[in-house]
Design a protein around this ligand. Structure first.
Ligand code: F6P
Length: 379
């Protein structure tokens, strides 16, 4: 009997842990299914649908080939933010669903809300597909963890800690910008992990002037407590989210929108805005740092490796049992699955009222606090 072929693709921003999931899919399916990688996310599928040579956009995957891929981050399949529902303004979703259904027994899509949102809508058009959750932002609904988040949080933590030494030696103020388009999980966990003095999250509106007053209060507080002046010497680290919303200003965005309709952010826009405000209000110069794509780079953490193994295994099991239109999940204890439909056009964010003190610009840490206070809202 000819073996059935599963297509697998990775979409959106790359993240450590993807290769671990791919490796587990290949190993778990060995002898039962043929696994074919589709390169560059939905772009590979779109190009093949448009008649391009599949040899250019596919990669046969076998056990021997994937043996070493778990050591590196990124994705051996490459990725893109292409969208079958809007490819340069054209809706190719019917054609893509038809092409993939013809070529594959089923498809595994690894991605965040955009990639899996498209997967859910393609399932509704008849494609047998399942999803594996990946995003360093951790803003996908119905799952507590997503591939890449743990590694990214630790990279943020290390980055902040390494800057504490020069900042401390020179008594400087640093605005360090981390990712997180709609959700503050990265600055929240990375900031707490590094004991940053202040953080901002997209879920809570920030008054820039009051934040700067808080920084200045902290810098002057030693003067009052010790009776001698260390004013200007007390270093301060502020970890800011690229998605920060400022009162009266909103988010500070680039001019571009990605193929999934997301306003593009980042590249230090928030840190630079605060640096300018700081100069304006205090006359002093603050430093800025953008962690940027480094927070999605490097080798996966042990946790992301384990998560990749669990979710990759679950992905193949779902296909084995014919449970299509589902997304694998992990709640910290058990692996499960939910309908892809339930993660479309929604995001999982911090419950700001419970975790963030908007007057002190810090996480709320209370003895009776839970580790997770998260809510799901429409996008
Ligand atoms: O994938 C989501 C994300 O991590 C966002 O937080 C961020 O806005 C985006 O990636 C940045 O992507 P890129 O590096 O591709 O511009």
């Amino acid at each position: 009997m000819t073996k059935r072929v599963i297509g697998i693709l990775t979409g959106g921003g790359d993240a450590p842990g993807l290769n671990n999931a791919i490796k587990q899919v290949v190993n778990s399916a060995a002898g039962e299914f043929i696994i074919e990688g589709i390169t560059e996310g939905w772009k590979g599928a779109i190009m093949m649908t448009k008649g391009e040579d599949p040899r250019v956009y596919t990669l046969p995957l076998i056990t021997n080939q994937v043996r070493r891929i778990d050591r590196t981050g990124g994705t051996i399949l490459m990725s893109s933010r292409a969208n079958p529902f809007n490819y340069g303004g054209e809706d190719l979703s019917d054609k893509v669903a038809g092409f993939l259904s013809e070529r594959y027994h089923a498809v595994i899509a690894l991605g965040g809300e955009d990639t899996l949102g498209a997967a859910g809508k393609l399932y509704a058009k008849g494609l047998d597909i399942i999803g594996i959750p990946k995003t360093i932002d951790k803003d996908l609904c119905q799952t507590r963890f997503t591939l890449g988040f743990d590694t990214a949080t630790n990279i943020i933590k290390d980055h902040v800690i390494s800057l504490k030494t020069p900042a401390g030696s020179h008594g400087e103020v640093y605005f360090i910008e981390a990712m997180g388009r709609n959700a503050g999980h990265l600055t929240y966990w990375g900031g707490i992990g590094a004991n940053a003095h202040f953080i901002t999250i997209p879920e809570a509106e920030i008054d820039a002037e009051r934040l700067i007053e808080a920084i200045e209060r902290r810098r002057g507080s030693l003067v009052k407590r010790r009776g001698y002046s260390l004013d200007g010497l007390r270093y301060t680290i502020v970890v800011v989210s690229e998605g920060t919303r400022f009162s009266g200003v909103g988010q500070i965005t680039k001019k571009t929108i990605d193929p999934h309709g997301n306003q593009e952010l980042g590249d230090g826009l928030v840190a630079l805005y605060l640096q300018r405000k700081y100069k304006e209000l205090t006359g002093c110069t603050a430093k800025t740092e953008v962690i940027g794509r480094r927070q999605r780079g490097g080798s996966p953490s042990a946790y992301d490796n384990l998560l990749g193994i669990l979710l990759g295994q679950k992905g193949v099991d779902l296909i084995r049992h014919g449970d299509f239109g589902r997304m694998a999940t992990f709640n910290g204890e058990t692996v499960g699955d939910v309908p892809l439909e339930s993660v479309i056009d929604k995001i999982r964010i911090l419950d700001a009222d419970k975790v963030y003190d908007p007057k002190r610009y810090r996480p709320i840490i209370a003895a009776n606090n839970r580790l997770y206070h998260e809510i799901e809202v429409s996008k």
